[in-house]
Design a protein. Structure first.
Length: 252
């Protein structure tokens, strides 16, 4: 049976904190230590970015002419728009109150994933950026959380994305280690013996969304979730495998 365990009671995270140590303590407090085979620890991007010092002070940002022009078009803070441009490789859409970009990691998302909610004191004049390399960070956390028996959890770094043509956000994986983030079922057969031709499963995204049911999106203060009881398929593919290449973008 699959069980979703929220990790509660974690303190505010600050730059330089030993996140692996804090997560282990939360797992121990929740009675979820030691790690078991096929455990997946889902860690929200927000606490990872905080621990890695990805906080930006808006008072120190000087908007470029391009940022000022985009800010006028989108009715957003020019300083925030400048940070968005620094984190992105392309602007996909800019209309009043909406700025969609292609992040340097390849994700197409609002505001390059920059967030100003639930970031602690002084949030009005600060903004939190995505981790520099969330796949690497996931691998480092997995290694650091290995138990004495050598069993390490798979780790998914989650964020909340909107989706084209649908309202609302869902959890997605922006980093992953210890599991195949994308499972390729092409070539398998369905129950009627028909060959699967296009089926690829975004396993890490599915896990991130399942964890979001427990973590919440507001003031729940649940920054990590342990998913236990999955039968993980073999293999190891990072979350970057989930990003569709630009040349396959059908809507440009």
């Amino acid at each position: 049976m699959i069980a979703i365990h929220p990790l509660t009671g974690m303190p505010e995270i600050y730059a330089g904190d030993d996140l692996a140590k804090m997560l282990r303590e939360a797992l121990e407090t929740a009675g979820l230590w030691p790690i078991q085979e096929n455990d997946v620890l889902v860690v929200t991007q927000k606490i990872l970015s905080k621990a890695e010092g990805r906080m930006a002070d808006l008072d120190e940002v000087r908007p470029s002419p391009e940022a000022q022009e985009l800010a006028q078009a989108t009715r957003k803070d020019p300083r925030l728009v400048e940070l968005v441009l620094r984190e992105s490789s392309a602007v996909v859409r800019a209309v009043p109150h909406v700025l969609i970009t292609r992040h340097r990691l390849g994700h197409v998302m609002a505001n390059s994933g920059i967030d100003r909610s639930n970031i602690g004191p002084g949030g009005e004049e600060r903004a939190l950026l995505l981790p520099v390399d969330p796949d690497r960070s996931a691998a480092e956390l997995s290694h650091a959380l290995a138990g004495g028996d050598g069993i390490a959890p798979a780790v998914v770094i989650s964020d909340s994305f909107g989706r084209p043509w649908r309202h609302g956000v869902v959890g997605v994986a922006i980093g992953a280690a210890g599991l195949p983030a994308l499972v390729d079922r092409r070539g398998d057969e369905d129950r009627d013996g028909r060959r699967l031709e296009v089926t690829q499963i975004a396993l890490a995204d599915q896990i991130a969304t399942a964890a979001a049911l427990a973590a919440g999106e507001g003031a729940e203060s649940i920054p990590a979730v342990l998913v236990r009881g999955l039968a993980l398929p073999p293999g190891n593919a990072p979350a970057s495998a989930l990003v569709r290449p630009v040349e396959e973008d059908l809507f440009r």
